[in-house]
Write a protein that binds this ligand. Structure first.
Ligand SMILES: Cc1ncc(C[n+]2csc(CCOP(=O)(O)OP(=O)(O)O)c2C)c(N)n1
Ligand code: SF4
Ligand SMILES: [Mg+2]
Length: 281
């Protein structure tokens, strides 16, 4: 029996989050990851509830602040599989600054963004990825902000794995999740997720009609090709792995982290720490 037990959820019937939760659960089982060796981190929002519905270690932090905690956990315990599973507002809005700098640091963590292009929990305010000139429940005028392009921004900041998937295609989503988790370094998977209650523009039907699976000849090692693809102004939405490289992850290049076992398994020099603390009294 699965150890990743599913609990009762508080999402609207038909929400894209259900498929993401189900897919994540089966991916963790398929990868044979023991649930005590998985950390799911999130901030606040509908998407950010996901870790609470799975039986694994979890961290729920302030809005947008799960990335630093997730990186710290991975640095302390390299045996953990660390997955940030949260929303577009949490990741690109409130957590935008952490997003940029987590990419640059390239700690071996996986970042799943449930991108419903809206603030769902707070009832439909525009998010960084809301389409330009669209109107929503509490935003009754055309959105005048230029939409944030998470894939292009991640690529420009030097992300070592960048991909997109769609919650309406379970097989594709599972494959992308597995590749992102297996990647050694920071991996971004932006997941297109309909919010049936507050985003009446980017619906299941809309995505079914606009999403294209990336051609298998797309060169995933070509940074400029990935950037060009991410910046292409078209109503077609490619999904798949845009880019991946094998640059060493943070722990491999850091002299202390690479020098021995995980920090949590090392002897603690209590006397040295006490002396250091006392120096500040
Ligand atoms: C600092 C701060 N600002 C704003 C809020 C209010 N707030 C809570 S959830 C949320 C929206 C989250 O949006 P997103 O991450 O896209 O998640 P969704 O609900 O759409 O899944 C906002 C604005 C907050 N809790 N803290
Ligand atoms: S408000 Fe939107 S994102 Fe939140 S549970 Fe309902 S459909 Fe899903
Ligand atoms: Mg959202």
């Amino acid at each position: 029996m699965s150890t990743y037990i599913k609990h009762e959820t508080a999402w609207c019937p038909g929400c894209g989050n259900f498929m993401i939760l189900d897919t994540l659960k089966s991916v963790l089982e398929d990868l044979d990851l023991p649930n005590d060796q998985v950390l799911l981190a999130a901030g606040i929002g509908q998407a950010a509830k996901t870790p609470q519905y799975l039986n694994a270690n979890s961290f729920c932090g302030l809005h947008g602040r799960s990335l630093p905690a997730a990186q710290a956990a991975k640095m302390a315990n390299d045996d953990l599989t660390v997955i940030i599973d949260t929303g577009d507002g949490d990741s690109y809005g409130e957590g935008g600054n952490h997003f940029l700098h987590a990419i640059r640091r390239n700690v071996d963590i996986t970042h799943f963004v449930h991108d419903n292009r809206i603030y769902g929990l707070t009832k439909g305010q525009i998010s960084p990825t809301t389409d330009a000139c669209t109107e929503h429940s509490v935003n009754k005028v055309c959105n005048l902000n230029t939409p944030f392009n998470p894939l292009a921004i991640a690529l420009s900041a030097g992300a070592t794995f960048v991909a997109r998937s769609f919650s309406g295609n379970k097989e594709h989503l599972a494959e992308m999740m597995k590749r992102a988790i297996r990647h050694k370094g920071y991996a971004l998977l932006d997941i297109l997720q309909p919010c049936v209650s507050f985003n009446k523009v980017n619906t299941f039907k809309y995505y079914k009609e606009h999403v294209d699976i990336l051609d298998e000849n797309h060169p995933t090692d070509d940074h400029m090709a990935a950037l060009e693809l991410a910046l292409t102004n078209s109503d077609r939405i490619p999904i798949g792995v845009f880019y991946e490289n094998n640059h060493p992850a943070f722990a491999e290049t850091h002299s202390v982290l690479s020098a021995g076992p995980a920090l949590v398994d090392r002897e603690t020099d209590l006397e040295g720490i006490t002396a250091l603390m006392n120096a500040f009294v």
